[in-house]
Write a protein that binds this ligand. Structure first.
Ligand SMILES: Nc1ncnc2c1ncn2[C@@H]1O[C@H](COP(=O)(O)OP(=O)(O)OP(=O)(O)O)[C@@H](O)[C@H]1O
Length: 328
């Protein structure tokens, strides 16, 4: 498989602060890498460095084998970038913004107009084509911004928090557009605060903290490392039964190291193949004289993974999850 984006040992400092600390990753052509991390962990800096928008202190980034610094002009021809804040001109209409970007790419007026019309159609923005972007909603502005990033018909798209601030419907709409682009062969690197977004869109997820890699894997691989599904038992009399319930479940799970906790009227624990253990669990609790109100099983989410990995950000090993090597 062809490597589309290659970030090799990126180091970026702002003054005394090291924001990217030997960060490396690759994105294969036609795949999606989602970058997750707490606020200030270096996500935006990483994607800007990879598109050549920031000069690095050391390390290098290449897109389709071309250096984003030495071959910047060439790289711009096949890379689209959409930043966190919609970079469209509010005083221009949707169509005018798109034509302007086309002209910046060196397209003739006629070609720029043709491309603008294509994108307006593809993004279903016909009724907004002649309206000033300043009058658009946040969601529509994001669409225009994404369309602007596609004017040059890029093979690689880099999106920094593409749906931040959008309502769930607009977010879904944008996800559908992004999925279509990826289905068409686009390579995508995106940062996001929404873990569901990474789950829906990304083939691989890179979790960073303090500019360093904490984990890398498919969403399922990362979830799989949490140690199974989360079982929550609602206790009928929590004050009375909490301790007995914890002991009963620990005995059932065959080990005092099982992370069984009781509180707020609930008993929770994580275990592989949880569904199979529900009946034995109810029996063990009943035998221990613990009355229960209900029981539920939740599969791990990327949110769970994120909290586990970044609980002690900057000290990945303390999070108890090994750094994954991506399997090709
Ligand atoms: N131009 C700059 N000058 C100085 N410091 C900067 C600059 N840009 C970013 N930083 C600092 O670098 C760190 C990482 O910032 P960055 O925007 O990359 O993080 P992020 O993970 O994208 O955060 P968020 O999730 O809040 O968008 C932060 O501490 C930030 O203050």
């Amino acid at each position: 498989m062809t490597v589309a984006i290659e970030a090799e040992r990126l180091v970026k400092r702002f003054g005394e602060q090291t924001v990217l600390d030997d960060l490396s990753f690759t994105v294969d052509e036609g795949t999606v890498l989602g970058v997750l991390g707490p606020n200030g962990s270096g996500k935006t800096t990483a994607v800007k460095a990879v598109t050549g928008l920031y000069r690095l202190d050391s390390g290098q980034a290449r897109i389709f084998g071309r250096s984003v610094v030495q071959d910047a002009d060439e790289v711009k021809q096949f890379t689209g970038f959409s930043g966190q804040y919609a970079a469209v001109d509010e005083d221009l209409s949707t169509a005018e913004n798109l034509v302007l970007v086309g002209r910046l790419y060196g397209h003739s007026k006629a070609d720029a107009r043709r491309r603008a019309d294509q994108l307006i159609d593809a993004f279903d923005m016909g009724s907004y084509a002649r309206k000033r972007v300043g009058q658009h909603s946040g969601g529509m502005r994001r669409r225009v911004d994404l369309a602007c990033a596609l004017v040059g018909d890029p093979r690689v798209l880099v999106l920094d928090e593409p749906t931040t601030g959008l309502d769930p419907t607009s977010r879904q709409g944008l996800w559908e557009m992004i999925k279509e682009l990826v289905a068409g062969g686009m390579t995508l690197l995106l940062t996001t605060q929404y873990l569901e977004e990474a789950d829906v869109l990304a083939d691989h997820v890179l979790v960073i903290a303090e500019g360093r890699q904490v984990a890398l894997g498919t969403p399922d691989e990362l979830k799989g490392r949490l140690g199974g599904d989360r079982v929550q038992v609602e206790l009928a009399s929590p004050e009375q039964d909490g301790r007995a319930a914890v002991h009963a479940v620990q005995a059932l799970l065959n080990g005092s190291d099982a992370d069984v906790t009781a509180g707020d009227g609930h008993l929770t624990f994580r275990t592989p193949e949880a569904a199979r253990k529900l009946v034995p669990c109810v029996n063990a609790l009943t035998e221990a004289g613990v009355a229960i109100e209900g029981i539920s099983v939740q599969q791990p989410t990327l949110d769970d993974v994120f909290f586990a990995l970044t609980r002690d950000s900057g000290s990945p090993s303390a999070a108890g999850v090994a750094v994954a090597e991506r399997s090709e």
